[in-house]
Design a protein around this ligand. Sequence first.
Ligand SMILES: *Cc1c(COP(=O)(O)O)cnc(C)c1O
Length: 368
Amino acid sequence: MTTHIPLVDLQAQYARIKPEIDSAIQRVLDHCGFILGPEVQAFEEAFAAYCGVEQAVGVATGTAALHLALLACGVGPGDEVITTPFTFFASGEAISQTGARPVFVDIDARSYNIDAERIEAAITPRTKVIMPVHLYGQPAEMDAILDIARRHGLRVIEDAAQAHGAVYRGRRVGSFGDLACFSFYPSKNLGCYGDGGLVVSSDGELMGRVRKLRDHGRVSKYEHDELGWGYRLDALQAAILSVKLRYLDEWNAARRARAARYNELFAHTEVITPAAPAHVQHIYHCYVIRTPRRDELVEHLKAQGIGVVIHYPLPLHLQPAYRGLGYRRGDFPVSEACADEVVSLPMYPELSDEQQQRVVQAVVEFVG
Ligand SMILES: *Cc1c(COP(=O)(O)O)cnc(C)c1O
C-alpha cells in the first residue's frame, strides 16, 4: 500500500516551525490584545518592506482586500472593472460587491494570465480599473498593463492573492499597481491559520481610505465619518504571519526547485508544463499541467492516492451567479479550453524527490 501524496501539506510545514509558531501564539494569549494593535502593525510594516512599498493594511480576507482596494479607487455602481475570467471566483465577486460590473478579457494560453493585447478593446467610458491576477504565482504582463492604464487614465489593482514574493523584471509583485491585494488563506504560499488578507500601496491617500474602511469608517474610537466594514486582520494571525514571512523566500525557492524538477521529468512527454518567461520569477502557488483527457487523468491520479485539484473548472463568465452579466459559452475560448484541460499537481516546499517521481510516473503512464 503506497501512502497518499496530498496537493499541499500544511502539517509538514507546521512541524518544521512549531516552536516559533507556538511561542508567537502564546505571546498573544499572554497579552490578550486580539484586535489590531502592535502584532498587526509589525506584520504590516514587515510585509510592506518585503514588497518594496510604503504601506500595508492587514484585513480579514483576500476578498476583503480586493473589495477595499476597489472602494478606495472610488469604484461603485455604473463603473466597470476589467479582469480575467480564469481565476478564483472572489476576483469577480469583489468587483460586484462594490456595485460595479466585472468586464472579462480572455487569457494568454501560455501564462494563463489576462492577455494584455486584448485589454484595450474592452475599455469603455465606464472603465475605472484594470485588475490583473497573478495566477498560480506567475506575474501578469505588468509593463503592458501599466502602459495601457496610463494612456487611458485608469487605476491598476493587482490581485496578488497567489503570488507572495513573485518577481516581475526584478521587482516583487505588489509594487506595480496603484494598490495590490494578498490573501493569507492557509494554503497560499504565505498562509495563516484561519482567514487573513492585506492591501499594499505607496499611495498614502488611497491607503488612508483602506485603513478607515476596514474598521467601520472609524476616525476615533466612537466617531465614524462614513460606513465601513468589519474587515480587520486579527492579532493571532498577524503574529503567525510574522513568523512565516521569514521563511517565505526559502519556501518559494523550494517550490521553484520542485517545479524545475517536474519540468525536467515531463520533458519529452505529451504533458504541457508551465512556461514562465525569463523576465518573471514564478513562485508556483500551483504547478499546473495541461492535457486533453484531463478528467480521466484526474480519476487515474486519485485512484493512485495522488491529491490533484482543478484550478478552475468553470470560468467566471459561465458561473451561475454571473448569468445576469449576459456572457455565453464561446465568449472567452482560451479560458474555456484551459478550464477543460488544466490540473494542479501536488506542490509544496516539503515535497520529496520520491513523491515527485511517483506523481510523474502516474501522469506519464496515463498521458504518454
Ligand atoms: C485566494 C484568492 C482570493 C481570495 O482570498 P480569500 O482570502 O480566500 O478571500 C482572491 N483572488 C485569488 C486569485 C485567490 O486565489
